[in-house]
Write a protein that binds this ligand. Structure first.
Ligand code: PEP
Length: 252
């Protein structure tokens, strides 16, 4: 069944002790004040994974890495494999974030290797897609996003596809304070779901959670999450403050 999900993406922020403090604050607040039908996930730096897993109630809060290596193991200095991520106790990995695509040259080919390794190691990928501003200005976002899906997650087997969470993140709204309007979000989420239905069938399209990302805040979460095809959010900046993150979770 389709789940309501709010996932934080801390990016390259917080040292280990600050991260533990933040994770504990989210754990405490959500235990008391969040609806228990919302899946809460914290996407933290690799260095924090083990400690964050130990600091939260993992029955209520999932922990995600923000990336994993495209190779299983070996002479790849500085890389962290999907198996290593899984061994920390984390259950999720964010893949294909636009910052990784743009700053680290992550192509669809590389992403496909990462997706396969994440899935083979029992991690749930939170797969990100979304268009840059120039594409949106030409109203070509549907073509762009469909192409991203076709080059990556549409190559998965049905069984693997069913394990994914998808995050639609318009690049022009990430960290800019500019949010897609509620109508813009619903329109493209519905398009993504319809595209999935055409590929894998209605039942699978109905079941997959599609999160919105891009300057989602406590003040706009409710309106965004009210859309029938928006199943939650992938939250950057606002996930760094426990109160704001809780405010977004309570947008449902
Ligand atoms: C993100 O990068 O995943 C994101 C949604 O960032 P922000 O919420 O800061 O726009």
């Amino acid at each position: 069944m389709r789940k309501k999900i709010v996932a934080g993406n801390w990016k390259c922020n917080t040292n280990v002790s600050e991260g533990i403090e933040l994770a504990k604050a989210v754990d405490k607040l959500t235990a008391k004040e969040a609806a228990n039908d919302v899946v809460v996930i914290l996407g933290v730096p690799f260095t924090h994974l083990t400690k964050v897993v130990e600091s939260v109630d993992v029955n209520r809060i999932g922990v995600a890495a923000q990336n994993c290596a495209a190779e299983a193991k070996g002479a790849f200095t500085g890389e962290v494999s999907a198996e290593m991520v899984k061994s920390t106790g984390a259950d999720y990995v964010i893949l294909g974030h636009s910052e990784r695509r743009e700053y680290y040259g992550e192509t669809s080919e590389i992403l496909n290797k990462k997706l396969a390794l994440a899935l083979a190691n029992g991690l749930t990928p939170i797969y990100c897609c979304g268009e840059p501003l120039e594409v949106r200005e030409k109203e070509q976002q549907n073509v762009f996003v469909k192409n991203q899906l076709e080059e990556t997650i549409f190559k998965l087997s049905v069984e693997d596809f069913k394990k994914l969470i998808i995050a639609y993140e318009p690049i022009w709204a990430i960290g800019t304070g500019k949010t897609a309007t509620s109508d813009q979000a619903q329109e493209i989420h519905a398009f993504i779901r319809e595209t999935i239905a055409n590929k894998f069938g209605n039942e699978i399209a109905d079941d997959v959670s599609i999160l919105y990302g891009g300057s989602c805040k406590p003040g706009n979460a409710k309106e965004l999450f009210a859309n029938k095809d928006v199943d939650g959010g992938l939250i950057g900046g606002a996930s760094l403050k426990a109160d704001d993150f809780l405010g977004i979770i309570n947008g449902f």
